[in-house]
Design a binder for this molecule. Sequence first.
Ligand code: SF4
Length: 194
Amino acid sequence: MSRPVSFNIKQKPLVDDISMAEMPAGHQGEGFFATTLDSVIGLARKNSIWPLPFATSCCGIEFMATMGAHYDLARFGSERVGFSPRQCDLLMVMGTIAKKMGPVVKQVYLQMAEPRWVMAVGACASSGGVFDTYSVLQGIDQVVPVDVYVPGCPPRPEAILDGVIRLQDLIGREKLRRRNSDQYKALLESYGIQ
Ligand code: SF4
């Protein structure tokens, strides 16, 4: 006797309310809304992040799932994945980075225009993971500054989405002049970046 086959054909109710980006704090009245330039630019930037996936091993597969229809990174405005650093503003490093690869990660970072952000996805990119060996970089923050670390080995797509949401928070609150500040220049100089 053959087994009954069941397909995932449960009808999901159609959601007809389209969620909108949250309005920044400001003043409004009839026919006008006023807010700061920082908030408007932050709002635009955080909802249009262009990721550059730098995937070297298993965590990259989780990123592929994150891009798929089920998790749908496009909901956060980040579906435009690019492979030219010059057109991207988020470097997502996913996987084990060998020490030989460190300069390559740094070169990709240098080719990105400001403002740029970096996410270390998974234990290997964040800290070397289980590979505490002579050949593996013990975290990409040894070569480039990192904005968000996503824990896990591998992190589930939900964790990667959580990292994106945390990065959106950071981007939305970033002051326009931050990249010209002495602290930011000192941070880059500590990595040997002018
Ligand atoms: S953190 Fe785990 S899953 Fe991710 S690249 Fe390292 S070993 Fe693979």
